[in-house]
Design a protein around this ligand. Structure first.
Ligand code: CU
Length: 511
């Protein structure tokens, strides 16, 4: 069964959630901060370890039988450094994949060969504001933007995608997304599956028309409210994705690269999923899940052992039904087929990483958190503390101090907002730029616990994250620290249609 597009019935179901709850008008004055913006950083002195030319261009690729599909693509070329610093995602228009070592310095020359503005955001990486891809930095067609940064993050599966205001959804949808893999010595010492046994799995949903062209909803009111939902699953840009595997252990790096679809992933035969990493790299120790909830922009690395399988055996990864929009029904994500047996012992380490959390966490968590309320506002737009995106603005409660450790609480207000759409509540995957955070705790209102429980068993809250799913009626507290860089960063919903509608705000780190 193919995944469902949103039905009117389902739309009304989500609209009805929490209706009758208290109306809340959280509008407060905003303060202009344009004068505090720093100019584009000059390239760092000296030669970087890795220098890459990256361009976004229109292209045509064979996705379905018959007519080729028009897409937008990133293409990269290594100008300096190891040749494998960038590689293509095999047989895919997505990608490329950056392959870097922690500590390396990087320069990327991004050239916009599209017909509209764009800019690249390095999702999950701790980089200076000039390298963060804020929409104010979007460049015109024909222009080039130079990024300079040092890879300071832990080994992990990061990614990159466009971030121009109002056009992120359509640009990602047309094919602009790639992976940014970081490696380090801690990870190397574990002997995890590597090379051809370490595979990216980018999951997206799409709609094709009769001429094999991509159809982006995202324009109609229902699409914007709910987010785009496709009726066809692509993995690494390919439909009906089949992965030939050897009978041995693999590392699968899952990225939910969909605009808005939330997945509830499980092996069809009921084998538990072995999760070894989240957005910000390895967990302290592996954990086992009956199913995994993966919201847009989230990553999870799976350790998969095919060694007990028979030659020719097919193992299917499926999406299970949940209360997420478009989430009713079971549908396949990919099939792994054992096409050769290898006598390689599968050794999964008990202990993966020293996580180095913040020791002060408990004390900080006892203080009042900085609260961000998510709700449908007036004018039928999704808001954060009653506000929508303004390019250069930060409000009083969006200014933080360099070096501070804080608790942020995202509260998904059930039934908040005003006007005819006032009763609508949806899940929001909240993303904070420029850092990784820890998830401290979750609270769900009793009347929405049943909805919550269709996905909550699949949350992986340990480890480091840059995106956290906040369900209707839920409050999630995260611990974050503002280190190294000052300036204007952003936090927003990573449902790309919500983001494009303005469910996005700046926060400013001040010295
Ligand atoms: Cu949202």
């Amino acid at each position: 069964m193919p995944p469902k597009q949103i039905s009117r019935r389902e739309f009304l179901k989500w609209m009805g959630i929490g209706s009758g709850a208290v109306l809340l008008n959280g509008c407060t004055p905003n303060f202009l901060t344009a004068s505090s913006l720093s100019p584009t950083a000059l390239p760092a002195a000296g030669s970087p370890d890795v220098e890459v030319a990256l361009e976004a261009i229109p292209g045509e690729v064979q996705i379905l039988p018959g007519q080729a599909t028009r897409v937008w693509q990133y293409r990269a070329e290594v100008l300096r450094g190891p040749a494998d610093a960038v590689r293509a995602l095999p047989n895919s228009y997505l990608g490329p994949i950056f392959n870097l070592q922690r500590g390396q310095t990087v320069r990327v020359h991004f050239s916009n060969r599209l017909s509209e503005k764009s800019i690249v955001h390095w999702h999950g990486l701790h980089v200076p504001v000039e390298a963060d891809g804020h929409p104010r930095l979007a460049i015109e067609p024909g222009e080039t933007y130079v990024y300079d940064f040092t890879v300071v993050d832990r080994a992990g599966t990061y990614w990159f995608h466009p971030h121009p205001h109002g056009r992120t959804g359509p640009q990602v949808y047309q094919g602009l997304a790639g992976l940014f893999l970081v490696h380090d010595s801690e990870e190397n010492s574990l002997g995890l599956p590597s090379g051809e046994y370490d595979l990216p799995i980018v999951i997206q949903d799409r709609i094709f028309d009769g001429d094999n062209q991509l159809v982006y909803g995202g324009q109609g009111m229902m699409d914007q409210m709910l987010g785009f939902l496709g009726n066809r699953i692509l993995v690494n840009g390919q439909p009906d994705f089949t992965l030939p595997v050897a009978g041995r252990a693999y590392r699968l790096r899952l990225l939910n690269g969909s605009n808005s679809r939330i997945y509830k992933l499980a092996w069809a035969d009921g084998t538990p999923l072995t999760v070894i990493a989240t957005d910000g790299g390895l967990l302290e120790q592996p954990l086992w899940k009956d199913y995994l909830t993966l919201a847009p922009a989230q990553r999870a690395d799976l350790w998969v052992d095919f060694s007990g399988r028979e030659l020719g055996e097919q193992i299917q990864l499926v999406n299970l039904p949940s209360a997420a929009p478009g989430g009713d029904g079971v549908f396949p994500i990919l099939s792994a087929v054992v096409d050769r047996l290898e006598d390689v012992p599968a050794a999964l380490p008990d202990r993966l990483s020293a996580l180095n959390g913040y020791e002060e966490a408990d004390a900080v968590n006892r203080r009042s958190p900085r609260v961000f309320t998510l709700e449908m506002g007036r004018m039928m737009s999704w808001t954060i503390n009653g506000r929508t995106f303004e390019m250069l603005e930060t409000a009083e409660d969006e200014v933080v101090r360099l070096g501070d450790l804080e608790v942020w609480q995202f509260t998904n207000q059930a039934g908040g907002g005003m006007g005819m759409m006032g009763g609508m509540t949806l899940p929001h995957p909240m993303h904070i730029h420029g850092l990784q955070f820890r998830v401290l705790e979750r609270q769900i209102v009793p009347e929405l616990r049943e909805v919550w429980e269709t996905l909550s068993g699949g949350f992986v809250d340990s480890g480091w994250h840059d995106t956290v799913l906040v369900m209707p009626g839920e409050s999630v507290r995260v611990l974050l620290k503002f280190e190294d860089f000052t300036g204007l960063y952003m936090y927003h919903c990573h449902n790309l249609e919500h983001e494009d509608m303005g469910m996005m705000r700046n926060f400013r780190v001040e010295a």
